[in-house]
Design a protein around this ligand. Structure first.
Ligand code: EPU
Length: 337
């Protein structure tokens, strides 16, 4: 464990924003994390996992703690299920691939989501009809204040759409150190109803898919639609899909008969923010070093040397335009720092 000064955070955030951390330390185990959190010299601390859900808009004048806790272990094992614990610093997609190699089912739809295991519960990552909460058993987290470990069960986490206790009243108070999931060993439940997966499997000519086939389908859809942060900096969906009342939706249908929607409850529907942003004319727009992705309008991108503040300004312009055109406010999904 080595304390470093004035480190560029560019390699530590998938948006690839080049800002400096005044102090930086990478921790590899619980003891190191405990020690670092108790350092009173640095009251201002920022935890970075995979850096996949943040937009850095300025230098960080404190201590950045990079979570590098590794390891995957099997906690319990029956004929039908396995309980697996992965440490926070494991890369999420590599963890998914490890599960597939062992034929453990449940998170194949979540293939290729950028970021680390430890950040997955914060926003209850989700894609193609599956969310983390569907296989989640518990996570372990360290209290920033007392440096003690606490187990959060699924109920404790209060998961919602891109939401959990860690984005609400536990925000900034705990650091997730490991996540435990219950996965199937056979008779896997497959989630193939999501339109894009269905048609991808059809075009792959697969009628009885395995979990590996589903993962392959998801990977090819994502590769087609979403930019790889290794090539173009981005943070996945920049905005959440807004939920609006059915009556507002019916009003919108008058002027926009082709507006897509997903049912949420008896009185509410969810609208794809990507559609709203595309209709507002932003899809594929490039403004020098930054812009809106050409294949998925929900994703803002850094073509190389964009400033976080430029991307933030663009996001505000998009929000205002969507609000003006559709009377819908769209919230950001990423954390702005
Ligand atoms: N659409 C457009 N234009 C666009 C993008 C989308 O018209 O540029 C419309 C289309 O009608 C399309 C619909 O939106 O059919 C849905 O698009 P998509 O399947 O890409 O899903 P999404 O609702 O835009 C959400 C998640 C993604 C996740 C996909 C697939 C949110 C905020 N985003 O996007 O998550 O991969 O569903 O399940 O819920 C992420 O969080 O980083 C992320 C990429």
């Amino acid at each position: 464990m080595q304390l470093q000064e004035n480190i560029s955070l560019k390699p530590y955030n998938t948006f690839g924003i080049d800002v400096l951390a005044k102090h930086f330390i990478s921790v590899s185990n619980i003891e190191e994390l405990k020690q670092v959190l108790s350092l009173e010299t640095y009251p201002n601390k920022l935890i970075i996992g995979g850096g996949s859900n943040m937009l850095l808009t300025k230098n960080f004048d404190g201590l950045v703690i990079h979570m590098n806790l590794k390891g995957i272990d099997i906690v319990s094992d029956t004929d039908d299920y396995v309980t697996v614990r992965a440490h926070a610093g494991e890369n999420w997609h590599e963890f998914v691939l490890w599960c597939l190699e062992n034929d453990f089912g449940g998170i194949e739809n979540l293939s290729l989501i950028p970021g680390n295991v430890g950040t997955a519960p914060i926003q209850n990552i989700g894609a193609y009809g599956v969310e983390l909460k569907d296989t989640f058993v518990s996570c372990e987290a360290m209290s920033v204040e007392t440096q003690t470990l606490k187990t959060f069960t699924k109920a404790d986490c209060d998961f919602g759409y891109r939401n959990s206790i860690f984005k609400q009243h536990a925000k900034g108070r705990y650091i997730i150190t490991s996540v435990t999931l219950k996965l199937s060993k056979n008779n896997h439940t497959l989630y193939v109803d999501y339109g894009a997966i269905k048609s991808e499997l059809e075009s792959m000519k697969i009628s009885a898919p395995t979990i590996q086939d589903i993962s392959n389908a998801v990977i090819s859809i994502r590769k087609r639609k979403l930019p790889d942060p290794k090539d173009i900096g981005n943070s996945g969906s920049f905005f959440k899909n807004p939920v609006i009342s059915k009556s507002s939706f019916n009003t919108l249908l008058v002027n926009f008969p082709d507006i897509p929607s997903y049912p949420v409850s008896e009185n509410e529907v969810k609208i794809p923010a990507g559609w709203l942003i595309e209709k507002a004319g932003f899809k594929g727009k490039q403004f020098g070093e930054y812009g809106v992705h050409k294949n998925q309008a929900l994703v803002l991108v850094n073509y190389g040397n964009a400033k976080g503040s430029d991307i933030l300004n663009l996001s505000k312009i998009i929000q205002k335009t969507v609000e003006r055109l559709f009377d819908i406010s769209i919230d950001t999904e990423v954390n702005i720092l």
